[in-house]
Design a protein around this ligand. Structure first.
Ligand SMILES: [Fe+2]
Length: 185
């Protein structure tokens, strides 16, 4: 995976106007470009504010954009919302928190998992090698996510109490939740 400055320099800011996605390059974006995209969308609340809604029983999400190179989502979180451990298969991604706080966790085999609080105004990006878990740390968290190439499959992980890990391939259309959670939870 390369993250060259020259590629990052070609990322375009989200422009003003009604068609913010028409300026995107017609190719897959790298993780830094995706971060520029979600950071720009944070400054355009008129594009996503109307989609904000919360549910303890199912994570609320809305598609903001999708083409052959990138997809962009709005996600809303309470402290009951938990993706479980997952990767994004072939996709790089970026997340910008625009309200409240999320916790991003990364699994550590044989040790304590890493947990990072990501508050409103902060963003992060990752490549296809990244495994994480996102949970709401407040009951009003809102985040903008972008993926390239667009999400199609994801890997979902179950880690047993004795540390055994298994990966299950799921469709992006399946709402991520912990593998061992009851389906009604
Ligand atoms: Fe993710």
């Amino acid at each position: 995976m390369t993250d060259t400055a020259s590629q990052a320099d070609t990322a375009r800011e989200v422009p003003d106007g009604e068609q913010p996605f028409t300026a995107l390059p017609e190719r897959n974006l790298d993780k830094r470009e995706l971060r520029t995209l979600v950071d720009g969308l944070a400054a355009r609340p008129e594009l996503w504010r109307g989609q904000v809604a919360f549910s303890d029983t199912e994570r609320h999400y809305a598609s903001l954009y999708r083409d052959e190179f990138v997809d962009v989502w709005l996600l809303c979180w309470t402290r009951q919302n938990d993706t479980g451990w997952h990767d994004h298969d072939l996709s790089s991604g970026a997340v910008r928190v625009v309200q409240g706080v999320l916790t991003e966790s990364n699994p550590r085999i044989g040790g304590e998992h890493l947990a990072t609080a990501v508050g409103a105004g902060s963003s992060f990006c990752f490549g296809p090698d990244h495994i994480h878990r996102l949970t709401g740390a407040t009951d009003d968290a809102v985040s903008v996510h972008a993926y390239s190439p667009p999400l199609w499959r994801l890997g979902q992980y179950d880690i047993t109490e004795d540390g055994l890990m298994r990966r299950i391939s799921v469709s992006y259309a399946d709402e991520l939740r912990p593998v061992d959670a009851p389906t009604a939870a």
